[in-house]
Design a protein around this ligand. Structure first.
Ligand code: ADE
Length: 229
């Protein structure tokens, strides 16, 4: 179920704002912005540093490799954006694994603030700003910017009026835990590979049955772990 009316504001807090140039200026996300379904703002937390040399990171207490993001610029940036209805997300490889259900839940919010971590890590106290810590998968990226793009894309397409609701009801990873059924378009035969005959019959009952069977078959083959749920 999706919220009725209202739009979503997403504030992204990053040290590399240029990474977001153009990424939301194409296709469905651009359309959602043009239709005022979503407002996306990018904030450089370096603009909030009180350090005379604009520093945002420093060495770790106790020693260790690499630089650590300092709390002050990120705290000041997030606090300047935060409202009563804000949900603050911290992107980190040690967060909760991101799932479609979380995208649905986040699409119901009114204001998301997404903090992108960077370098070797961030000061542990930054975690106290977050309502939720999210990882997009069990691998380590150079920063939270690409994960932020993943979140925005997966959330915005679920906003009411962005794509036809029917299209995402069929998504893989919805509550039924089955992968999408296979789809085909023209031509009927391509390099000897034929479109399954049942799809050409116009018999909707048979087509539904075929699609469910194919979904189960595909899930068994590619993601048997989903069927255990
Ligand atoms: N930052 C670096 N790697 C990440 C990941 N896998 N998920 C979220 N944020 C990250």
């Amino acid at each position: 179920m999706n919220k009725v009316g209202g739009n979503l504001t997403i504030d992204i807090v990053t040290i590399f704002p240029n990474m977001f140039n153009n990424i939301f200026e194409e296709s469905i996300i651009k359309r959602a912005k043009d239709k005022d379904k979503v407002i996306i703002n990018i904030h450089n937390f370096r603009d909030y540093t009180l350090d005379p040399h604009n520093k945002v990171d420093d060495v770790a207490y106790g020693g260790g490799e690499g630089m650590v993001l300092m709390p002050q610029p990120i705290f000041d940036c997030v606090e300047s954006l935060k409202k009563e209805n804000s949900k603050v997300i911290l992107l980190t490889p040690s967060g909760i694994p991101y799932k479609q259900k979380m995208a649905y839940d986040l699409s119901q919010e009114e204001h998301l603030i997404i903090i992108c971590g960077h370098y070797e890590g961030f000061d542990e106290r930054i975690r106290t700003l977050a309502d939720i810590e999210i990882s997009i998968g069990d691998y380590v990226l150079t920063g939270g910017e690409i994960p932020a793009m993943v979140l925005v894309d997966s959330i915005v397409r679920l906003l009411p009026g962005v794509i036809k609701e029917k299209s995402h009801l069929n998504d893989s990873f919805n509550e039924n835990y089955l992968l999408d059924y296979p789809t085909y378009t023209k031509p009927r035969v391509f390099r000897g590979m034929e479109v399954p005959k049942v799809l050409l019959t116009g018999n909707h009952q048979e087509i539904e049955k075929y699609r469910l069977e194919e979904s189960i078959k595909k899930t068994k083959e590619l993601r048997p772990d989903l069927l255990e749920k």
